[in-house]
Design a binder for this molecule. Structure first.
Ligand SMILES: Cc1cn([C@H]2C[C@H](O)[C@@H](COP(=O)(O)OP(=O)(O)OP(=O)(O)O)O2)c(=O)[nH]c1=O
Length: 201
């Protein structure tokens, strides 16, 4: 999609209930004028691959939010992929435990798809990061589950919380793993005409 000239009058809307995304935007000086969490069905389609899934969900979130003239919307979806397997947000502690046991001692991929919308125009990017999780013992998994930090996190962990102790290595975008790859999000907002650099200057 072609880039739009900067428009200092545009209002930024965050289409996300995720406090992480709000905090990450604030890190680069962006404070949305409004937060409008989308409500969509995040069930993967049969046989859907993780990257295509993350992109579809981010686009669907971006289409689900009502926008007024003069507003630009930012949505994202973070998905943990173990091979072709999609790991969303665990429904309960038992599912979080099973995700963590599957991820233990292996490399997986975290994909965050970002979608920016202005009017009917959409700009999207997917950012993939390889993440290595150390081998986890049962006491480590249980202690982590007891923190409750797994709740609402794709794959059942958050690198920015206590699970940071489980992750010796990543290759890619740290902010992408946390939920919003800042360089790419800033690039999409700029393409849509939102004056990002006015905010960071
Ligand atoms: C892997 C990982 C995920 N996460 C979080 C980011 C996302 O909030 C969440 C994945 O769920 P998402 O469906 O991407 O987002 P959400 O439901 O929290 O919010 P919304 O749909 O309204 O935008 O997992 C972390 O915070 N740290 C991590 O290390």
């Amino acid at each position: 999609m072609s880039a739009q000239p900067p428009d200092a009058g545009l209002r930024l809307v965050l289409g996300s209930a995720s406090p992480r995304r709000r905090e990450l935007l604030a890190q680069i000086g962006l404070v949305p004028q409004d937060v409008r969490p989308p409500d969509i069905d995040e069930t993967p389609r049969h046989g859907e691959l993780p990257r295509a899934y993350a992109r579809r969900i981010a686009e669907q979130k971006a289409r689900a939010v009502t926008l007024d003239e003069g507003e630009v919307l930012l949505c994202a979806d973070t998905t943990v992929a173990l091979g072709r397997r999609i790991m969303g947000k665990p429904v309960d502690a038992a599912q979080a435990a099973s995700f963590l046991h599957l991820l233990s001692g292996r490399r997986h991929t975290v994909i965050t798809a970002v979608a920016v919308r202005r009017g009917e125009r959409l700009w999207t990017r997917e950012v993939e990061t390889a993440v290595k999780m150390k081998r986890l013992s049962n006491p480590e998994v249980n202690a982590y589950l007891a923190t409750g930090d797994w709740q609402g996190k794709a794959g059942g962990y958050a690198i920015q919380g206590p699970a940071g102790a489980f992750i010796p290595w990543i290759n890619g975008s740290f902010t992408g793993v946390v939920g919003l790859p800042l360089a790419e999000a800033a690039g999409l907002l700029t393409a849509a005409g939102y004056p990002v650099h006015g905010a960071t200057a």
